[in-house]
Design a protein around this ligand. Structure first.
Ligand SMILES: Nc1nc2c(c(=O)[nH]1)N(C=O)[C@@H](CNc1ccc(C(=O)N[C@@H](CCC(=O)O)C(=O)O)cc1)CN2
Ligand SMILES: Nc1ncnc2c1ncn2[C@@H]1O[C@H](COP(=O)(O)OP(=O)(O)OP(=O)(O)O)[C@@H](O)[C@H]1O
Length: 193
């Protein structure tokens, strides 16, 4: 294990504990964060297809935001793992769509069109002021953002509890930065990178 991997592993276990505390205390946070996400997306030009996610463990629940976006006429989609070390695919999500368990027990739509999002709400374990994030360690969102951003502007907004903020996320060369992080207290724009 490299020094970076060791530091990420430590930050992951600390981050898990902080997220669990925020989740346990976070009554109403998902709704407040949803409101901030709608404002951020309304200010982002040309975002019509927005990726949310179906939460696992103690991730903040983006479904109130996804429901509101659907009601406003956005096309909402969620990630699906195609294979390890591959970018994520995205399938259209609607409030009534049937869900089935996919890899890592994450729910995925049983059917629906495959689509490319132009903005994403991204789950995470920890984030810092420069918009760097730590995920579960699969590199899925990093690969996905690199691939999507190779041919056009695609915005990525971390979606998290305020309690997941850390001074500095251990960072590697392949980590894809976020355009902002939305929490229950508002949208944090990254400080100059
Ligand atoms: N809600 C949600 N959906 C998502 C993601 C996510 O982070 N959150 N993903 C974002 O990528 C993808 C799923 N990726 C995942 C990758 C790893 C693990 C996981 O449980 N990893 C184990 C370690 C496994 C190992 O080391 O082999 C762990 O954390 O204990 C879960 C989801 C797509 N959908
Ligand atoms: N664009 C990429 N191309 C090739 N490898 C990549 C890319 N992005 C990440 N990786 C590799 O994936 C592995 C996991 O990366 P990392 O620890 O940053 O995952 P993570 O950001 O925590 O996970 P996720 O993005 O799935 O939430 C690392 O070995 C990293 O080098």
């Amino acid at each position: 294990m490299s020094d970076l991997e060791r530091r990420k592993a430590k930050a992951r276990s600390d981050g898990y504990a902080a997220r669990a505390r925020a989740h346990a205390a976070g009554f109403g946070a998902a709704r407040q964060a949803a409101g901030h996400a709608l404002r951020v997306l309304a200010g982002a030009p040309a975002a019509r297809v927005v990726a949310g996610y179906l939460p696992i463990r103690t991730e903040i629940d983006p479904r109130p935001g996804m429901l509101a976006l659907h009601g406003l006429g956005y096309t909402v989609c969620v990630p699906v793992i195609e294979a390890p070390a591959h970018p994520l695919l995205f399938r259209v999500w609607k409030p009534e769509v049937a869900l089935v368990p996919g890899p890592f027990k994450v729910l995925i739509p049983a059917e629906g069109d495959w689509i490319e999002p132009d903005a994403l709400l991204v789950p995470l374990i920890a984030f810092d002021d420069e918009g760097h994030r730590l995920g579960y360690g699969g590199g899925f969102y990093d690969r996905t953002l690199h691939a999507l951003r190779a041919h056009r502007v695609v915005r990525a907004y971390g979606f998290a509890y305020e309690g997941q903020h850390v001074p500095e996320v251990p960072r590697g060369l392949t980590d894809a930065p976020l355009d902002a992080v939305v929490t229950e207290t508002g949208a944090r724009l990254p400080a100059a990178r």
